[in-house]
Design a protein around this ligand. Structure first.
Ligand code: UD1
Ligand code: CA
Length: 471
């Protein structure tokens, strides 16, 4: 039996009050719709069709090449959105799993359980339900006196009595594909709103077909996200479950409520993560690493026994036993070698360093390749930008760069070079050289004595204080 998924993601998400269309809104830096498609990809679903409409390009770019798209030009409700998929799925034989694009926490196990129950019960339509103590906002499940599902009534259309029903529609349905598209044609516009409700398929199908329900106990998995408050709840649920999984697998977390780890992050055993740390994107953290506190890593590859404290690492790699921070910023393909020290207020952009290199304080390293055993003194700067273009700096092995040095790129510094503190180096430095590029110091004797007379003191009194013998 072929299995299809139909995901409705054409809505604007008016209640979000955001510019981004709702289904593209990120949770832990990943768009909501991507979570759903990832779960579908991990399941036994053969083909997925996503209905797009409002700002369709945004969703299409996120899912490019992974699903088929159907287009709902005007957003006239969930029933109308499902109908828009007729051109893609209409003539297929099999079961269609309908999902809403605003349920990011749905996982592949739940998807499989729904599909297998639907098949086992021999249903033509299985409505997936759950219960909430506070069911506001959801469509309520109306059952007849035998307990059989009769219809779904939207929150706003419920009588006071119906509002007390805690069993709700999750918005997930498993349905025979042919019957689905036949039935959709008969949906009428809601009298209450100018919309075609997908939920109407329940009362339309219940007499002629086998209609049943499947109830999910853990209601957080199927929560629908309608506003930014719900985003924060979904994010918390996801964060807690990810952190729990890591802790059980040997990752130590100090104050885990303050730690956020993204869905696609890999962390090995014996890693410690300190408070206020966020690790997202395709990041990996190897054994023995110490991350945080107050650290953000996005698409970072952190090798064994690295320490990163109070720092930012974006799209960058840090090799083993290096220390980063406090207050360092690695970005745009920084590739830091092993046993480096990237310390206080150091920024590294699109640059690589060899082994045992140090930039301990206040440095900017941009568009630079650096060899092994290089010391960037405090205040070293690679001057990579001339106001129009970026230029490269190349530095060899065993180089000592004195404090407050400017290396004006494009420039090459050979091996075993020593650069005097305070130099502004504009020409290449050959291997083995000592470069001094600063004005020579001149001492004008007694010059200052005549210039500087501190208030309330004569020059003599200063002199007297300096030399006790004269008093
Ligand atoms: C829907 C259900 C409700 C259920 C709840 C579960 C209907 C009528 N109501 O309500 O019974 O309890 O989900 O979370 O189905 N969409 C389109 N095109 C449209 C309208 C919506 O593609 O014209 C998409 C949206 O992008 C969204 C999804 O359908 O991803 C659900 O729409 P939403 O407005 O959030 O429905 P709810 O009011 O939450
Ligand atoms: Ca919703």
């Amino acid at each position: 039996m072929n299995k299809f998924a139909l995901v409705l993601a054409a809505g604007k998400g008016t209640r979000m009050k955001t510019i981004l269309p709702k289904c593209a809104f990120p949770i832990l830096k990943k768009p909501m719709i991507e979570y759903i498609v990832e779960s579908l990809e991990a399941s036994t679903i053969d083909e997925t069709c996503v209905v797009v409409g409002h700002q369709r390009k945004v969703i299409e770019d996120i899912l490019d090449g992974r699903v088929a798209f159907a287009y709902q030009e005007k957003q006239l409700g969930t029933g109308h959105a499902a109908m828009a998929a007729e051109g893609v799925l209409g003539d297929k034989e099999g079961t269609t799993l309908i999902l809403l694009g605003d349920m990011p926490l749905i996982d592949e196990t739940t998807i499989e359980n729904i599909l297998s129950t639907h098949e086992k019960l021999g249903n033509d339509l299985t409505v997936v339900t759950t219960s909430y103590k506070d069911p506001r906002g959801y469509g309520r499940i109306i059952r007849d006196k035998y307990g059989k599902i009769e219809s779904i009534i939207e929150d706003k259309e419920c009588t006071e009595e119906q509002k007390n029903i805690q069993e709700v529609n999750t918005g997930i349905y498993a349905v025979d594909n042919h019957y689905l598209f036949q039935t959709l044609k008969h949906i009428q516009k809601s009298a209450y709103r100018n919309e075609y409700y997908l939920t109407d398929i329940v009362h339309l199908m219940r007499h002629e077909y086998t209609v049943g329900t499947y109830t999910i106990r853990d209601n957080s998995i199927v929560m629908g996200v309608n506003d930014l408050y719900a985003i924060s709840i979904a994010e918390k649920v996801l964060r807690d479950s990810i952190n729990r999984e890591f802790m059980i697998n040997g990752v130590s977390m100090i104050n885990p409520e303050t730690i956020t780890i993204g869905h696609n992050v890999c962390i090995e055993e014996n890693v410690t993560i300190y408070p206020n740390t966020t690790i997202t994107g395709e990041s990996t953290i190897a054994e023995g690493a110490q991350i945080g506190p107050n650290t953000e890593i996005h698409n970072g590859v952190i090798h064994k026994d690295v320490s990163v404290k109070h720092s930012l690492v974006y799209d960058s790699v840090v090799h083993e036993r290096t220390t980063v921070g406090p207050f360092a910023h690695l970005r745009s393909n920084a590739n830091i070698g092993k046993e480096n020290r990237i310390g206080n207020f150091v920024e590294v952009k699109k640059s690589s360093t060899g082994a045992h290199t140090k930039a301990s304080h206040l440095a900017y390293i941009g568009d630079t390749t650096t060899g092994d055993n290089v010391n960037f003194g405090c205040g070293s700067i690679t001057v990579n930008y001339d106001g129009k273009e970026k230029h490269e700096t190349h530095i060899g092995d065993d180089v000592f760069i004195g404090c407050n040095t400017n290396l004006v790129a494009p420039i090459s510094v050979g091996d075993s070079v020593f650069i005097a503190a305070g130099s502004t180096v504009t020409e290449n430095v050959p291997s083995g050289a000592l470069a001094i590029a600063r004005n020579k110091q001149i001492n004008k004797e007694d010059y200052a004595r005549n210039l500087i007379k501190p208030k309330g003191k004569t020059v003599e009194t200063i002199e007297d204080a300096k030399d006790p013998k004269t008093s």
